[in-house]
Design a protein around this ligand. Structure first.
Ligand code: TRP
Length: 402
């Protein structure tokens, strides 16, 4: 009996695990994103959808679309169909405020959401799940609330339009129509089902069980009566990393039973750690990530010391064989953050064929990331408490569809 259980656990741990709390690849390899699409039952974001985005918004699709950082979706095509007919939608994304300093991986969904907001001219709600992090990270309620407000400044620094954006903390906002929807959702999900989706066990505090409806209901416009009165049919599009999919599988499952539309999703891969691509960056190891608070010197040192290189051991061998771009972190990072397609292709070719050395690629990456981090730091320093209050005020958004 005991032995069976142990075998089962070992069989599990040699598989890749992707859920809101854990991301790990099989046997220390790379995350298999194709397998995830199959397992979760989402759709691949293909070239024809990206072309459609370009046509509908009359602008070049974001780098994260062109380079398949956002690679999977659920019903995104339906959102575009409706948009083409003149029906708008709203965006919903969020952050669990578990740490003060954000790393570059944390900024990705927000950079992308800002682009979507601008390109489609639609309103946006951003949920700060201070409750979630208090429960899972064992932070005090007060500390989670403080972190939520600090993180709000980083989010605002990404450039969101205050006339179209509502940011809320769960501890402050849950109640009223939002809470009614939570109870409606909770009534549709059995304990067995929640254990299946989220892996809850008998040892978990019951606060965990009550959380999934909190993350689910911002998908329904009726949870925001000050924003969307009489617009119960407005569709919702959620940009997020694919580890959040379980919450929204549950949400989409219950929506029709409540008479609501299912939220659509557009989902990203993870931003890999400096040490290599077998999971996402870890907040507990400061050398695994570039933080938005890192100095130019920190960035240079981290890239030079820790960024996993696909280059060969000796210059002679490198000139002969070229770099292995599949495992090379500097190239991977450049593919997220170097906007110029031509330059990226040039680097890949020269480096892959051994004419460019790791040091040169790392130098270019250092420049690109330093510029992004410094720009972010300046923008964040300009965010005042009054601005945070303005984004978080429960108010109508008069020009949200213009
Ligand atoms: N659970 C997410 C986290 O830990 C935060 C979150 C809440 C979120 N709602 C969301 C993320 C919607 C993406 C989309 O970071």
């Amino acid at each position: 009996m005991e032995v069976d259980k142990k075998d089962e656990r070992e069989a599990e741990s040699s598989e890749q695990v992707v859920n809101p709390w854990e991301v790990s690849a099989k046997d220390g390899g790379k995350i298999d994103y194709d397998k995830l699409i199959d397992k979760f039952g989402c759709q691949r974001l293909d070239e024809s959808l990206i072309d459609r985005v370009q046509r509908l918004t009359s602008r070049q699709p974001h780098v994260f679309l062109r380079r398949s950082v956002f690679f999977a979706h659920r019903d995104f095509n339906e959102i575009l169909d409706a948009y083409e007919r003149g029906d708008k939608f709203y965006l919903y994304t969020g952050r669990g405020p578990s740490s003060e300093a954000l790393h570059l991986g944390h900024l990705i969904p927000f950079m992308f959401t800002k682009y979507l907001q601008e390109a489609f001219k639609v309103p946006l709600v951003i949920q700060l799940t201070d409750d979630e992090k208090s429960i899972w990270k064992n932070l005090s309620v007060e500390e989670s609330q403080r972190l939520a407000r600090e993180n709000a400044k980083d989010i605002i620094a990404c450039g969101f339009d205050v006339t179209k954006t509502f940011i809320f903390s769960d501890f402050d906002y849950v109640g009223g129509a939002f809470y009614k929807n939570m109870v409606k959702v909770g009534k549709c999900v059995t304990l067995n089902k929640a254990m299946g989706i989220f892996g809850f066990s008998g040892e978990d505090p019951i606060a965990k069980l009550s959380f999934p409806p909190v993350q689910a209901v911002p998908s329904f416009p009726s949870s925001f009566p000050h924003l969307f009165p009489g617009k119960d049919n407005l569709r919702c599009l959620i940009p997020c990393a694919i580890d959040q999919d379980p919450y929204f599988r549950m949400t989409r499952d219950v929506a029709p039973r409540l008479g609501y539309s299912k939220p659509a999703l557009i989902e990203s891969t993870f931003f890999p750690a400096l040490q290599g691509e077998n999971g996402k960056m870890s907040a507990s190891d400061p050398n695994s990530a570039i933080y938005v608070t890192d100095s130019a010197k920190d960035i240079k040192n981290k890239i030079n010391r820790y960024a996993f290189s696909g280059g060969q051991d000796s210059i002679e061998k490198h000139r002969e064989l070229g770099a292995n771009l599949e495992v090379d972190i500097p190239v991977k990072y450049l593919s997220f953050f170097l906007e110029d397609d031509t330059e990226l292709e040039h680097i890949k070719k020269e480096y892959g064929e051994g004419r460019m050395l790791t040091g040169e690629v790392k130098k270019r990456l250092t420049e690109v990331l330093t510029e992004i981090v410094e720009r972010h730091r300046r923008a964040r320093a300009a965010v005042t408490d009054e601005m945070v209050d303005a984004f978080m005020a429960v108010r109508p958004l008069p020009s949200m569809f213009e």
